[in-house]
Design a protein around this ligand. Structure first.
Ligand SMILES: O=C1O[C@H](COP(=O)(O)O)[C@@H](O)[C@H](O)[C@H]1O
Length: 249
């Protein structure tokens, strides 16, 4: 397994611009190699900043996004358009301005179209099997101060789900209580995992993840990309790690 790559910038916006710059490399390279271009987005503050930076970068100097499909690592089980849904926040950050075919933007159903969170999780797994073309090239993951990624919280039973690529989450420690998440098993198949994290309140979670903490402390520590694991950080989130050795200081 390769060492994680650290990309540390002074602030969240600068770190988000690095995500956009990396997409500008990865998407054309994937197209040239004929690889499927499944891109998983994350919710949260840096997830939204990354989408905004991607849109801004693409508007400034457009490149071909044909074949790019969008997914989310997790979704809050709320009605379509709810401002607390991860996809609504991405839409508000300008996702639609990328001009992608809406049929390739794969959303998790909300309670208005799914009777419960388990059914929504099953539907999402079905979408991935039908349209996922063999796995995600990139999955972005924010990290909570408690070490969670997507909606897999340390110590919560959903974190250790087996034999499934999605899970319906009840009783999430962070509201809203019901969510749909990719499982760790699904994340293991991702080619490139990109953690996107900013803020001093995340410094301990970043330190623990890079130190390889156990699942009861850090979900982030359990996730690595098949080919690459990249941490896009601002200086505050990186304040407890050694930027050269990716180890705690
Ligand atoms: O609830 C969630 O939180 C995390 C991190 O959010 P942040 O605002 O602390 O950056 C996010 O990655 C996840 O997708 C989301 O559902």
């Amino acid at each position: 397994m390769s060492s994680p790559e650290l990309v540390i910038r002074p602030d969240a916006d600068a770190a988000a611009r690095e995500v956009a710059a990396r997409l500008r490399q990865v998407i054309p390279a994937g197209r040239a190699a004929g690889r499927p271009l499944e891109v998983g987005l994350t919710g949260g503050s840096m997830g939204t900043a990354a989408v905004a930076a991607w849109v801004e970068d693409h508007q400034r100097d457009p490149y071909d996004l044909d074949g790019v499909a969008i997914w989310w690592g997790d979704e809050r089980f709320l009605p379509a358009g709810d401002p607390d849904r991860n996809d609504t926040q991405a839409d508000d950050a300008g996702l639609t301005r990328l001009g992608l075919d809406p049929a390739t933007v794969h959303r998790v159903l909300g309670p208005e179209s799914s009777p419960d969170v388990e059914s929504a999780a099953q539907d999402y797994a079905h979408q991935i099997r039908e349209h996922g073309r063999g796995g995600f090239e990139v999955l972005m993951l924010g990290v909570g101060p408690d070490g969670h990624v997507a909606s897999l919280f340390p110590g919560h039973p959903a974190q250790l789900t087996q034999d499934a690529i999605t899970v319906g989450v009840h009783g999430s420690p962070k509201p809203p209580p019901e969510r749909v998440s990719l499982t760790l098993e699904a994340m293991e198949r991702v080619v490139q995992v990109w953690f996107v994290v900013a803020g001093a309140d995340k410094a301990e979670a970043v330190r623990d993840a890079l130190a390889g903490a156990g699942p009861s402390t850090s979900t982030a520590a359990q996730v690595t990309g098949q080919r690459a694991t990249v941490w896009f950080l601002d200086e505050a989130a990186a304040s407890l790690i050694d930027p050269d050795g990716a180890t705690p200081v």
